[in-house]
Design a protein around this ligand. Structure first.
Ligand SMILES: Cc1cc2nc3c(=O)[nH]c(=O)nc-3n(C[C@H](O)[C@H](O)[C@H](O)COP(=O)(O)OP(=O)(O)OC[C@H]3O[C@@H](n4cnc5c(N)ncnc54)[C@H](O)[C@@H]3O)c2cc1C
Length: 496
């Protein structure tokens, strides 16, 4: 095969979601694009060694869906035809958080639920049809090539298996732009250091998040009134969560999660017991009756990791870093793929400008703003867990106190829930949740909940008094007749 060389040639390292989206965008702006993936790829949905996280639950947020629709107009329709579930983010989820269920209502934001390999395969099929794109799978990028003064990246050194040969042979591939989409273990900091550049400053927030995932058969009447189940953790007291999403092939994917090294068990009984220990019974009720179709697979996510390329004062021309290689955050809110999609759309916008000299600097600066939204949301949430370690942003405790009220307000206020969903879907900044209109509604909802709690307490006390009097005047027989006619419930506390 003749590999394309420089002169309007772009190279993308990594053929996962970020790499595929970047390659799609670059194909509109470069004469040739080469997509390099270490794993061998096949024309089917598949789990592969380079992305172990894909065995676990992945949902696509509304913002990610919008970007995918722009670059692959028929994709969403075909995903749905293949069994993916499109659902309104507010209406489809039965979501237990902070002691109650969120309101179920039409939010106007549509997410997509399917297996991650199915989504990636459908995107990959489309990318591989692009005429000016070449895929080199089973090929590993080993290092970067640069001009003698090292001011410009000029290509990559690759190792690939030549036809009919067992040996991996090194080759040089030149390009005008190289984009690293090789995920959180990206070697960019080392490659750049070898060329004399400083490594990007990193922010690391250790969360010790442990996943365990199992697939079950899905029957038509498994769930009534909702399409999926989410039971959030309630830190610091309760550090465990669970999610059940439908996926293609009439299956459920169920992920149980524990923070601070709290690994959900990998055996049948332990997995069920963990589900039963969650603050709401829905997931346990679902999986205790469903037929398992897979083993239970673990995954450890040690820390959220952000590489601040935007803070470097020296950076070579012709090189970009995108997706998880730039920032990989706690997946609890499922924002990684959507963040990558928004970064791809940003790259597209910047490449439309005729002067590309400032491309890298502008990209990192503006990508940092995209990343700020999921980063702020997930990192402040992470600091609600007692074991989280890292630099805690100023004001986090205050934000979390307010955030708890916001979460509780989503039990009965659709406007507050909508505002939260917009942040979660990367459509608004977390700052939008302190807009006076939202603050007012959050406080009103908090006050209502307090009043309702007080009324309940009062009612309980009144019932106790009635029961106590009845017990004194008529003895046990009178009490039993009161219970029998439904005027009192045995939950009411009897005085000693
Ligand atoms: C447990 C878990 C659950 C998640 N759930 C969600 C979710 O619900 N929703 C969501 O949006 N996001 C979720 N994410 C995040 C999501 O998986 C990533 O954001 C997404 O995969 C994009 O990553 P990426 O393409 O940048 O990197 P990756 O998916 O990590 O892919 C990197 C690719 O680069 C290849 N590669 C690496 N090095 C080289 C090299 N030197 N040469 C050639 N190829 C190389 C690898 O083989 C791999 O294919 C989750 C993450 C985790 C860990």
């Amino acid at each position: 095969m003749n590999l394309p060389q420089s002169a309007q040639h772009a190279i993308v390292i990594g053929g996962s979601i970020t790499g595929l989206l970047a390659a799609r965008v670059l194909s509109d702006h470069f004469a040739q694009v080469t997509l390099i993936e270490r794993d061998a790829l096949h024309d089917r949905p598949e789990y592969r060694p380079g992305q172990p996280q894909t065995r676990h639950l992945h949902g696509l947020l509304a913002s990610g869906k919008t970007v995918l629709e722009r670059y692959f107009p028929d994709l969403i329709e075909e995903l749905a035809e293949g069994g993916a579930l499109l659902g309104d983010m507010g209406e489809a989820a039965r979501w237990y958080v902070e002691g109650g269920y969120r309101l179920q209502y039409q939010s106007g934001m549509t997410g997509i639920l399917m297996s991650r390999p199915f989504l990636e395969w459908q995107i990959r099929r489309r990318v591989l049809e692009i005429p000016n794109l070449t895929l080199l799978d089973g090929t590993t990028v080993k290092t970067l090539l640069a001009t003698p003064d090292r001011s410009q990246i000029t290509g990559v050194q690759i190792h690939r298996r030549a036809a009919n040969q067992a040996e991996l042979t090194p080759q040089m591939l030149t390009a005008d732009l190289v984009l690293d989409a090789s995920g959180r273990n990206s070697a960019s900091p080392c490659w750049l250091a070898a060329l004399g550049y400083a490594e990007p400053p990193e922010t690391v927030v250790k969360v010790g998040l442990c996943y365990a995932t199992r697939i079950y058969r899905r029957q038509p009447n498994d769930l009534v009134g909702a399409a999926n189940l989410i039971i959030s953790a309630n830190p610091p007291h309760h550090q465990q969560a669970g999610i059940a999403f439908p996926m293609e092939g009439d299956r459920w994917i169920v992920t149980l999660a524990g923070w601070d090294g709290n690994q959900p068990p990998l055996d049948e009984q332990g997995f069920l017991a963990f589900a039963q220990s969650l603050p709401a019974p829905d997931i346990y009720n679902l999986i205790s009756k469903a037929e398992p179709l897979s083993e239970i697979t673990p995954y450890k996510f040690p820390a959220s990791l952000r590489r601040h390329y935007e803070k470097l004062s020296r950076f070579p021309a012709g090189y970009l870093v995108m997706g998880d290689a730039l920032c990989s955050f706690d997946p609890a809110y499922g924002q990684g793929m959507s963040s990558a999609a928004l970064q791809a759309a940003l790259l597209d916008k910047l490449l439309q400008q005729p002067d590309r000299r400032l491309l890298c600097r502008s990209f990192f600066k503006q990508a940092a703003k995209i990343i700020d939204i999921p980063w702020q949301l997930t990192v402040s949430e992470d600091f609600r867990f007692s074991g989280t370690q890292g630099q805690k942003p100023l004001g986090t405790d205050l934000i979390n106190t307010y955030s708890t009220l916001v979460q509780r307000a989503t039990h009965d206020d659709a406007i507050v829930y909508g505002a939260f969903l917009r942040v979660m879907n990367l459509m608004s900044s977390p700052g939008s949740l302190v807009h006076p209109r939202i603050v007012w509604r959050v406080l009103r909802s908090t006050l209502r909940a307090k009043i309702s709690d007080l009324r309940q307490q009062q009612q309980d006390t009144q019932i106790s008094c009635v029961l106590s009097k009845q017990l004194h005047s008529s003895g046990l027989k009178g009490l039993l007749s009161l219970l029998a006619c439904g005027k009192a419930t045995p939950i009411a506390k009897l005085p000693d």
